[in-house]
Design a protein around this ligand. Structure first.
Ligand SMILES: Nc1ncnc2c1ncn2[C@@H]1O[C@H](COP(=O)(O)OP(=O)(O)OP(=O)(O)O)[C@@H](O)[C@H]1O
Length: 252
C-alpha cells in the first residue's frame, strides 16, 4: 500500500499539495481525478520520489525518499505526462525497463530478454520493435512507454493520463491491459480526465481540488457524491442497459 500523511509540496515558492493524507486501497486500481491544475501530476511525481516533500510518503511501510534508487525502481514505475524522446529504437527503449535488475555490466539475461519480448507483445508494439522512437506517432510512443513499464515489472505502476494520444480502440485496450495487470497483483495508480472511463475501471477514486483531498472511495460509492458535482459541474450517472463501453455516462 502507498500511504501519504500530511504531505505538502511546494514548487517555486507556491504550495501545490496542501497537507494530503490518503492510503491507496488494497484493491489495486486507484484513479486520481480533478480539474486542470489541481495537483494530480504533482501527487504522482511526489509518490514516485521525484519531488521534495514535507510529511511522509510510504510504500509498503518504507519512506520513499529513504529507498535506494534501484530498489525504488524495482517497486515502482512512472509514466509521466512529459517524457524524454531518446533517439533509439523501440526494442532498446523497452529493454531499459530491465535496468533496475541488471548488474554492473548491464548485461541482460535470457529471462530479461523474455520479459522484454512479452512486454512488446502485451502492449501490441512488437511489430514496431526496429522503428526509431522519433519516427512513431504519439499513440504508438505511448504504447511503447507502457511496454517499458511492463518490462520494469514493478508492483506499483503510476500512470499520468495513459490514454492520451490513443484512438478509442487502443484506449480500451490499454485500460483492459491495466485491468489485467491489476488482476495479476499489480497496483495501478493513474491520473485520468475521462470520468466515465475512470469510474468504470477504478476500484477506488481519489478527487483532488486545489492541492487538497476532496474525497476518496470506491467508485460505485462516490460516483454520485455531491462533491463531484461541485468540482466538475457535471454529474455521473450509471449507464442504462448493457450497450455502452463504460458503466457511467456524463450529464450536465
Ligand atoms: N515546476 C513548477 N513550478 C511552479 N508551479 C508548478 C510547477 N509544476 C506545476 N506547477 C503548478 O502546480 C499546479 C498543479 O500542477 P499539476 O501539473 O500537478 O496539476 P494537474 O492536476 O496534473 O493538471 P492537469 O490536469 O492540467 O494536467 C498548477 O497550478 C501548476 O501550474
Amino acid at each position: 500500500m502507498i500511504t501519504l500523511e500530511n504531505v505538502s509540496v511546494s514548487l517555486e515558492q507556491k504550495t501545490i499539495l496542501k497537507g494530503l493524507s490518503l492510503t491507496t486501497s488494497r484493491l489495486g486500481f486507484t484513479v486520481i481525478i480533478g480539474r486542470n491544475g489541481s495537483g494530480k501530476s504533482t501527487l504522482l511525481k511526489a509518490i514516485a520520489g521525484l519531488l521534495e516533500y514535507q510529511g511522509s510518503i510510504k510504500i509498503d511501510n518504507k519512506e520513499i525518499k529513504k529507498l535506494p534508487r534501484k530498489e525504488r525502481a524495482q517497486q515502482l514505475s512512472l509514466l509521466p505526462q512529459q517524457r524524454p524522446l531518446p533517439d533509439i529504437d523501440v526494442e532498446t527503449l523497452v529493454s531499459h525497463g530491465r535496468f533496475p535488475y541488471l548488474g554492473f555490466g548491464k548485461q541482460m539475461s535470457a529471462e530479461d530478454r523474455q520479459i522484454v519480448e512479452e512486454a512488446l507483445i502485451r502492449a501490441d508494439v512488437s511489430d514496431l520493435r526496429y522503428r526509431r522512437m522519433r519516427s512513431l506517432s504519439g499513440g504508438e510512443r505511448q504504447r511503447v512507454y507502457i511496454a517499458m513499464m511492463i518490462a520494469q515489472d514493478t508492483k506499483y505502476l503510476l500512470l499520468d493520463e495513459p490514454t492520451t494520444f490513443l484512438d478509442v480502440e487502443y484506449q480500451l485496450e490499454v485500460m483492459n491491459l491495466l485491468k489485467s495487470l491489476q488482476e495479476e497483483g499489480k497496483h495501478i495508480i493513474m491520473v485520468a480526465h475521462d470520468l466515465p472511463q475512470a469510474f468504470s475501471f477504478a476500484e477506488e477514486v481519489v478527487v483532488l481540488a486545489d492541492g487538497e483531498l476532496i474525497c476518496q472511495g470506491r467508485s460505485e460509492e462516490i460516483y454520485n457524491n455531491s462533491a463531484l458535482k461541485e468540482v466538475f459541474s457535471v454529474r455521473l450517472c450509471p449507464q442504462v442497459g448493457e450497450k455502452g463501453l463504460y458503466k457511467y455516462q456524463l450529464e450536465k
